[in-house]
Design a binder for this molecule. Structure first.
Ligand SMILES: [Fe+2]
Ligand SMILES: [Fe+2]
Length: 317
């Protein structure tokens, strides 16, 4: 083979190599193109998915925002309502408070008035009693002491405090009937004739008649006291000649309280009895003139009765 042939041969080989290379490159290009296409498809898919996802996300965000706005609106409305409700409540509270305060004030006034009426009633009764007594030269202190003794007897006898208090207020009325007794008999210095005694004794019935028509418990009590304070436990008293516990406890109590005070206090027309003389009489009259239970109470609590006597001493002493 000559030089020329070798050169041609070499030339063919190179051409062949180039062609193969070109083919290989062509193939490669095709593969690359395919890959790129797939890649691009994949990217498009991803981007579409992302877009979709974004759209989804956005619509969620929108929804949340709407919800949030709704929530805020509702909350605002609620707060406004609560504030308005509070204001209404406050106004209503204030109005109720004012009504309540006004009612309380009125109630206080009524209580005061009622207390005043009660006090006036007690005072009127006490004064009436004192008038009855003063006409027979007794003093205001006499009815005061009789009232206190009566309450003490009532309590030790076992009457409830309320009743004892009632008797205390009513007992000053025991001689109210004396307002109807003529002065010349009432103020006679010496002993009464039988006729005068009969007239004098009517004061119990008169007192009762004066008070018995009242429906007031205090005046009813006073009428019992006026009627029965001269009854005797042995049945020898007046005006009805009642015996033992037929005589109302108010009558039995006032009888003893009245006599104890009348005997134990100085009067313009007579000196007070010595205590021993009074005690002797009481022991003798236990179960006769006086309820034995009350005489026992008197001696058992003598100190207290004497304390009352010294506390409400007459001005004359
Ligand atoms: Fe009397
Ligand atoms: Fe009296």
């Amino acid at each position: 083979m000559d030089k020329e042939e070798r050169r041609k041969e070499e030339e063919r080989r190179r051409e062949e190599e180039r062609r193969e290379k070109g083919e290989r490159r062509k193939k490669g290009d095709k593969r690359d193109k395919e890959q790129r296409r797939k890649e691009s498809q994949r990217r498009t898919k991803i981007s579409r998915r992302n877009k979709e996802k974004n759209t989804e996300k956005n619509s969620l965000i929108n929804e949340i925002e709407i919800l949030k706005r709704n929530f805020e609106d509702t909350t605002k409305k609620l707060i406004k309502d609560i504030v308005r409700q509070d204001k209404i409540m406050l106004r209503s509270d204030q109005r109720q408070r004012k009504d309540y305060d006004e009612l309380q004030l009125k109630l206080e006034e009524i209580k005061l008035l009622s207390k005043e009426i009660e006090d006036t009633q007690v005072e009127v009764i006490f004064t009436m009693g004192a008038i009855g007594e003063s006409r027979s030269k007794e003093t205001g202190f006499h009815v005061k002491r009789v009232a206190e003794y009566s309450k003490l007897f009532a309590l030790y006898y076992g009457l409830p405090l309320k009743e004892a208090e009632m008797l205390k207020q009513a007992s000053p009325m025991h001689d109210i009937g004396k307002v109807a007794i003529p002065d010349m008999i009432l103020n006679k210095p010496g002993r009464f004739t039988d006729e005068e005694r009969v007239i004098m004794d009517t004061h119990a019935q008169i007192g009762y008649d004066m008070l018995r028509h009242s429906n007031r418990i205090l005046l009813k009590t006073a009428s019992t006291v006026a009627y029965e304070h001269h009854e005797k436990y042995n049945g020898k008293g007046y005006p009805q000649g009642l015996k033992g516990e037929e005589i109302h406890i108010y009558g039995r109590i006032t009888a003893l309280a009245d006599v104890f005070d009348a005997l134990g206090s100085d009067r313009v027309y007579k000196k007070a009895w010595e205590d021993e003389r009074i005690f002797k009489l009481f022991r003798e009259e236990r179960g006769e003139h006086f309820d034995p239970k009350l005489i026992d109470i008197f001696f058992e609590n003598l100190d207290e009765f004497l304390t009352i006597r010294s506390t409400f001493k007459d001005m004359l002493d």
